[in-house]
Structure formats: structure tokens, C-alpha cells
Design a protein. Structure first.
Length: 204
């Protein structure tokens, strides 16, 4: 077995025999748990998974309200998509999409609410939230949904295509800049004027 001195020498020696740390030092790749992340639908039958989702929402929001909201939305039967972000053997993020509507003079228009979304504080700012949203929007598009509405950080959601411009004709109790919509089919919100109606669980 080579001793550490000779190994070091081999690693730092160029083909021409000169020491050159830059050309011969092996690249050290820092593998983070997030590199093995998968996004998948929640297993609704798994009580441990439901409990993990509850804990993630509690930890991310610093209180039980959003965690309880998830349970209420499930009980109301309005959940369309519930996704978890999983690193090996651990769930670290969650996003939930539920059925809502826009009540217009011509009738009710189906839409989807995004809420809540949470990533464990230790794993934030590593792209997990973004992957949850992208995955969810793709699923919804494939399932024939047309309109997605979010109330959230005005600096965060526009990067995924949400815009407060798209909610100008929609009535809601939220501040205009935080109240954003996204068209999964371009132009589908054109001419839609009305009041948004959220599931009862939101208490709006
Ligand atoms: C919001 C949240 C889900 C994002 O998850 P994430 O995995 O950290 O997100 P990503 O890594 O994909 O994106 C990180 C970006 O989110 C932005 N971001 C995170 N929290 C933000 C906040 N409160 N306001 C504005 N931007 C925020 C960061 O600026 C960062 O952007 P940058 O990398 O350009 O600086 C996560 O921060 C979280 O759980 N927050 C607490 C709960 C919450 O606020 N949920 C959303 C309710 S609208």
C-alpha cells in the first residue's frame, strides 16, 4: 500500500514530471444530500409520512397553522396534488395544490391554489422549493388544469411564471403584489373577471 507521501507526489506530478497541483489534483466533488433528491406524490395511506409533512410545515412556518391547514384541506377533499421532496430516507419538503374557483358573472371558473409550501429550514435555498413548484405545475398541466393562483412572496413566485398582473381582474382580500396567478394555457385568464373562492379550510 502506498504511503500518503508517495500518493501525494503521484497526484501532484504532471506527465512531464513537474509538480503541478492544478493539473493533477483529483477533483473533490462535494455530494450534498439534496443531490439525491426525488420529488414524488405523497403516499396518502402512510401515517408516518403525513406526520412528517405536518412537522415540515410546522418547522418551516414556525407554528402549527399551515400544518393544520394541510390536514383540513385533506378532510375537505379538495387536494389535487400533494408532493414531497425526499432525500434518502427523509422527507424535507412539501407542497400542496387544492381546488379553488373564480366566480364570474358567466359562472364558475376552475383554478388551483398553491398552499402551503414548506422546506425544512436546514435544507432551504438549495433549489428544493423550486423543484417542488416545477414538478407540481407540470403535473397540473398534464392533468388539464389551466389556472394556478398563489398568495406569497412577490420576489419568489414570479421566477416560475406567476404574476400579479394576471390577478388584476380578480377580487380577493390579499395585497395586490402578493396575489399572483399563472396561466398554464396562455390567455386563459383574458376577460375573466370575478371573485376568488378558496376552500373553506383557508377560512377566507
Ligand atoms: C419559501 C420556501 C418554500 C422556498 O424553498 P427553498 O427550497 O428555500 O427555495 P429555492 O431554494 O428553490 O429558492 C430559494 C429562493 O427562495 C427565495 N426565498 C426564500 N424565502 C423567501 C422569502 N421569505 N421571501 C422572498 N424570497 C424568498 C430566496 O431568495 C432564494 O432565492 P435566491 O436563491 O435567488 O436568493 C422556503 O424558504 C420555506 O419553507 N419558507 C418558509 C415557509 C414559507 O414561507 N413558505 C412559502 C409561503 S408563500
Amino acid at each position: 500500500m502506498a504511503d500518503s507521501t508517495s500518493t501525494e507526489a503521484q497526484l501532484n506530478t504532471t506527465a512531464s514530471g513537474e509538480n503541478d497541483r492544478k493539473t493533477k489534483r483529483p477533483k473533490i466533488v462535494n455530494v450534498r444530500p439534496e443531490d439525491n433528491l426525488i420529488i414524488r406524490e405523497e403516499n396518502t395511506k402512510d401515517a408516518a409520512e403525513r406526520s412528517a409533512i405536518h412537522s415540515i410545515n410546522e418547522a418551516a412556518f414556525g407554528g402549527p397553522d399551515e400544518a393544520d391547514l394541510v390536514d383540513k384541506l385533506r378532510a375537505e377533499g379538495v387536494v389535487l396534488v400533494s408532493l414531497v421532496a425526499e432525500i434518502p430516507e427523509r422527507i424535507v419538503g412539501h407542497i400542496l395544490f387544492s381546488r379553488m374557483s373564480i366566480e364570474t358573472a358567466a359562472g364558475s371558473v376552475s383554478a388551483v391554489a398553491v398552499a402551503p409550501m414548506a422546506v425544512l429550514p436546514k435544507h432551504q435555498r438549495r433549489g428544493i422549493g423550486g423543484r417542488l413548484i416545477h414538478h407540481g405545475l407540470n403535473l397540473l398541466r398534464n392533468r388539464g388544469e389551466h389556472i394556478v393562483i398563489v398568495v406569497g412572496h412577490p420576489d419568489y413566485y414570479p421566477r416560475f411564471g406567476f404574476s400579479s398582473e394576471k390577478t388584476r381582474s380578480l377580487e380577493s382580500p390579499f395585497p395586490q403584489d402578493a396575489f399572483m396567478a399563472m396561466e398554464l394555457s396562455p390567455g386563459v385568464l383574458d376577460g375573466v373577471r370575478g371573485v376568488v373562492r378558496y376552500p373553506h379550510a383557508f377560512g377566507i
